[in-house]
Design a protein around this ligand. Structure first.
Ligand SMILES: C[S@@+](CC[C@H](N)C(=O)[O-])C[C@H]1O[C@@H](n2cnc3c(N)ncnc32)[C@H](O)[C@@H]1O
Length: 209
C-alpha cells in the first residue's frame, strides 16, 4: 500500500461519479482499449471502470491504484473482469516491473500525478520496444476555457479532486518523453459550452519505437 495518495473525500466522490458515467465516456473507454493484447499495465485504475472494457486478447492486466479505498473497489471489479486483473496498491512512482509490458493504459490520471514528465518517461521505460501507451486524458483548452482551467488549478479543484489539474498539455508531455504518436484526436465528453474545465479529452495511441 502507498502513502503517496490518501484522498478520502475524492475517493467518495469518484466512487459515485464513476458509477454514473455518460455513454460518451463509456464508448471512449472501449475505444481506448480496443485491440490490446498481451501484458498490460493500467496506471491509477480508480474503481476499476476500465476493467470491463478489456478485449479478450489481453493476457493479464496489472492495475495500480494507490488510494486504498478505491483499490478495494477496484479489486471487486477485477473479480468480474473478462480478463485476469491484479490490483496493486503502488503509486506509479513506486512501481518496478520484473519484465516490460506490451501496453500501458492511462485514463484520466496524468492530470493527477505530481510530475507528469517524470511519470511519462517512466512509462516509456516500462514498455517493450514497439509497445504502446493508450491514453484518454482531459487536456488544456484555449481562450476562455484555458482561463477557467488556470483559475480552477490555482484554487480548489486539485484540493477537492485528488490533485487533478485541468490545464495540462498532456499530449506534449507524451511526445517529450520520446513516444511517437500514431493515432490521436480530441473529443468533447460534455457539450463544449458547458462551464466545466474537464469537458474535452485527448484520446490516442503512442508507441515506444
Ligand atoms: C480521476 S481518477 C481516474 C481513475 C481511472 N483511471 C478511470 O479512468 O476511471 C484518477 C486516479 O489516479 C490515481 N492516482 C493519483 N495519483 C497516482 C499515482 N501517483 N500513481 C497511480 N495512481 C494515481 C487516483 O488514486 C485515482 O484513482
Amino acid at each position: 500500500m502507498s502513502d503517496l495518495v490518501d484522498n478520502p473525500f475524492f475517493a467518495r466522490v469518484w466512487t459515485a461519479m464513476s458509477g454514473h458515467e455518460p455513454e460518451t465516456v463509456r464508448r471512449l473507454r472501449t475505444e481506448n482499449l480496443a485491440g490490446l493484447t498481451g501484458r498490460v499495465l493500467e496506471v491509477g485504475a480508480g474503481t476499476g471502470t476500465n476493467f470491463a472494457h478489456y478485449p479478450p486478447g489481453v493476457a493479464e492486466v496489472v492495475a495500480l491504484e494507490p488510494e486504498h479505498r478505491l483499490a478495494e473497489t477496484a479489486r471487486e471489479a477485477a473479480a468480474h473482469a473478462p480478463v485476469p486483473v491484479t490490483v496493486s496498491g503502488d503509486a506509479v512512482e513506486e512501481f518496478a516491473a520484473r519484465e516490460p509490458f506490451d501496453a500501458i493504459v492511462c485514463s484520466l490520471v496524468l492530470c493527477s500525478v505530481d510530475d507528469p514528465d517524470a511519470v511519462v518517461r517512466q512509462l516509456y521505460s516500462l514498455l517493450r520496444p514497439g509497445g504502446e501507451l493508450r491514453y484518454m486524458e482531459h487536456v488544456a483548452g484555449t481562450g476562455m476555457r484555458a482561463r477557467l482551467q488556470r483559475i480552477a488549478d490555482a484554487t480548489v479543484w486539485p484540493r477537492l479532486l485528488g490533485n487533478c489539474h485541468t490545464h495540462r498539455d498532456t499530449e506534449s508531455t507524451i511526445t517529450r518523453a520520446g513516444f511517437r504518436v500514431d493515432d490521436a484526436r480530441r473529443e468533447w465528453v460534455l457539450p463544449s459550452w458547458a462551464p466545466l474545465p474537464v469537458a474535452e479529452v485527448a484520446l490516442g495511441r503512442a508507441v515506444r519505437d
